[in-house]
Design a protein around this ligand. Structure first.
Ligand SMILES: [Zn+2]
Ligand SMILES: [Zn+2]
Length: 368
């Protein structure tokens, strides 16, 4: 449990088993390889994946991922930004730089990596899931090429959203969308709302969002989307008046709901339209593939992101085209992650929050 830290230790939330994530005092990581960089984590986003990893502990503590090599218990959390505090001799990032960590590790040599799709790497690993450190800690050490410097107007808080937004940017890059196309986003969590931000940043003017009421639905409207209430009927009926009966050009599924919602999206597409699945489905949805065939519609899966998606998000924020800050609805201290973050979000907190951030407050080391 939480204890006293020194300059050689830090606090970190580690997954010991299903539902057993503990705030441990562990050795503070320091640069070992020449291109290693130590980052003091200043903001870390809590993601649905973190809830799942906390509840299921899918990576055994004794498993060493080939790209990471560290034994567990592994630190939780993969969405993080902070300040460079130390570097190896070959790392060119100045101490004090504000950076976002790109937690997706790829081998660089498999067939998909050679096709420049590291997001699909056969050995893909994530910091915060497979070892190698994680976001819910005071420090992390990563190779310099896993870091993205954050120019103004970034803060650590908006920097912690870069990873989520890169997932969204990758998804909106899957299909060409014209500025006057009407598109649909299903789900108004951080990914759904991030899709709205990325679509707006790319000049798409008419974004419909299917969202139940609550903070997330209000946020969709505040971001310039038009909200559809799925309680009012099936999606294909709801989009009809909004598209003059034509249907939407693209539907982005950020809900991952089993049942008829995916089929409703297929029906909501205009002929030749595209459905881009971004969320993972834990239970299989039902889809009428005959309709897909007869109406020439397309189904896409969008997996994570590439380094250039991260760069594109950073560039869009720097250019003033994208402001991630409305997604942050509350912040917590590191020690409050379990109750105020994981338990809160898995027991109804999602209707009151969009993105909850863990933020570092005060000095890096708090003797007590
Ligand atoms: Zn995430
Ligand atoms: Zn690979």
């Amino acid at each position: 449990m939480s204890g006293t830290t020194s300059s050689r230790t830090m606090r970190a939330w580690r997954v010991h088993g299903p539902g057993d994530t503990r705030l441990d005092v562990v050795p503070r990581p320091v640069p070992a390889a020449p291109d290693d960089v130590q980052v003091r984590i200043e903001a870390a986003g809590i993601c649905g994946t973190d809830l799942w990893v906390h509840e299921h502990a899918p990576v055994p503590a004794d498993y060493r991922h080939p790209l990471v090599g560290t034994a567990g218990p592994h630190v939780l959390g993969h969405e993080m930004a902070g300040t460079v505090t130390a570097t190896g001799p070959a790392a060119r990032l100045p101490v004090g730089s504000l950076v976002a960590v790109r937690p997706l590790l790829a081998c660089g040599t498999c067939s998909t990596c050679r096709r420049c799709e590291p997001n699909l790497c056969e050995q893909r690993a994530f910091l915060g899931i497979h070892g190698g450190g994680g976001a819910f800690a005071e420090y992390v050490v990563v190779a310099a090429d896993q870091l993205h410097p954050l120019p103004p107007p970034f803060t650590a808080r908006t920097g912690a959203l870069v990873e989520t937004l890169a997932t969204c940017w990758h998804a909106v890059s899957a299909v060409e969308v014209a500025p006057d196309d009407v598109v649909l986003v299903v789900g108004a969590g951080p990914v759904g709302l991030g899709l709205v931000l990325c679509l707006r940043a790319r000049g798409v003017r008419q974004v419909l969002v299917s969202a139940r009421d609550g903070v997330r639905a209000e946020a969709a409207t505040a971001l310039g989307a038009r909200r559809l209430d799925p309680a009012q009927g099936p999606l294909h009926r709801l989009v009809r008046p909004a598209t003059g009966g034509a249907g939407v050009a693209v539907s982005y599924d950020a809900a991952g709901a089993a049942g008829p919602v995916v089929d409703q999206q297929v029906r909501a597409l205009r002929p030749g339209g595209h459905l881009v699945a971004v969320a993972e489905f834990h239970d299989a949805p039902t889809v009428d593939l005959t309709r897909l065939v007869r109406e020439g519609k397309h189904l896409h899966g969008s997996a994570a992101y590439t380094p250039s998606d991260v760069d594109a998000v950073v560039g869009a924020v720097a250019a003033g085209l994208l402001d991630p800050s409305p997604l942050v609805t509350s912040t917590l201290a590191l020690e409050d992650l379990l109750v105020g973050g994981l338990h809160h979000l898995s027991s109804g907190g999602r209707s009151r929050d969009v993105k909850v951030l863990v933020t570092a407050a005060g000095p890096a080391v708090t003797p007590r």
